[in-house]
Design a protein around this ligand. Structure first.
Ligand code: PAF
Length: 279
């Protein structure tokens, strides 16, 4: 497994693989890897000849500087984890390598519409930071396909849209969320939960499951199901930000007969948890 920290070195390596006819699958991450990431890497290895994983905690997508400082970093453990999976290369640039002229002046990728609600409304600038870094990472790794976890459902749709809108010659693959036995979605942030918060945390997914069951059972209106779920989250000790039933294809307010997804975000102590469930 090779480790690159410069864009040009990663690009040259990928170009040589492409020239040799290898198919490249890419898994972008911010490190602190868990089994959810390992699922993406294993699927990447099934679909391509070479797997590249990036590790970069992207300051541009944090709308809260303290959250960026606090974000767990564990590069050595991550490299050890990846060396045991079928990974050909790791791209682990530092901020200077990604934003040599400084991040404030970098050209941005804006994805309109889809980014203005839900996570976009709660975290202004977040998706522009994600879309910008993902576009730069794609240009460094030059993959044939890239895999993203469905836990960040809105992010997955944002990346699909940017790839389509910018005619990027790669396939975007969404992969199901890995969960703890009690339903909590795996996340790099979970280790920051206190013992008490960890016990409460699965209530977010439980609330989404109840909404999904009610929708499947024909109950409504949706707004009443959403407010009941928010009340249940308050009772479980959360500060809910949203629980929202949306179209699964573009997150618009749903119309009859469409595939649906219910998405939720809530604060628990100092942490913010998000999750979603297709209905
Ligand atoms: O989902 C993440 O870990 C990040 O948002 C991503 C896609 C690696 C971009 O920094």
């Amino acid at each position: 497994m090779q480790v690159f920290d410069q864009v040009r070195d990663m690009q040259q390596h990928s170009l040589s693989w492409r020239a040799a006819g290898w198919r490249i699958a890419f898994v972008p991450t911010m490190g602190n890897l868990h089994e959810g990431h390992a699922d993406l890497v294993r699927e990447a290895a099934r679909r391509a000849d070479k797997v590249v994983v990036s590790i970069f905690v992207n300051p541009l997508q944090f709308n809260d500087a303290a959250d960026f400082q606090r974000y767990p970093r564990s590069l050595n453990d991550d490299l050890l984890t990846l060396s045991k999976l079928n990974v050909s290369a790791v791209f682990a640039p530092d901020e200077q390598a990604m934003y040599p002229e400084g991040r404030e002046s970098v050209t941005r990728v804006e994805v309109p519409g889809l980014t203005e609600e839900l996570e976009g409304r709660q975290r202004p600038g977040h998706f522009t930071g994600v879309a910008t870094v993902v576009t730069k990472l794609f240009q460094a790794v030059l993959p044939d396909l890239a895999l993203f976890g469905e836990k960040d459902y809105q992010q997955l749709l944002v990346v699909r849209k940017l790839a389509a809108d910018l005619n990027l010659p790669l396939e975007i693959v969404g992969w199901p969320t890995r969960r703890e036995p009690d339903g909590l979605a795996l996340s790099s942030r979970n280790q920051q939960l206190s013992v008490d918060e960890r016990e409460r945390a699965p209530q977010l997914f439980a609330a989404l499951q109840r909404v999904a069951e009610q929708v499947r059972g024909g109950q409504g209106p949706f707004s009443a199901l959403e407010s009941k779920a928010r009340e249940q989250l308050v009772a479980a000790g959360f500060v809910p930000e949203y629980v929202s039933i949306r179209s699964a294809t573009d997150l618009r307010l749903p119309v009859a007969g469409e595939p649906l997804v219910v998405l939720g975000a809530a604060r628990l102590g100092t942490l913010r948890l998000i999750d979603n469930l297709r209905i």
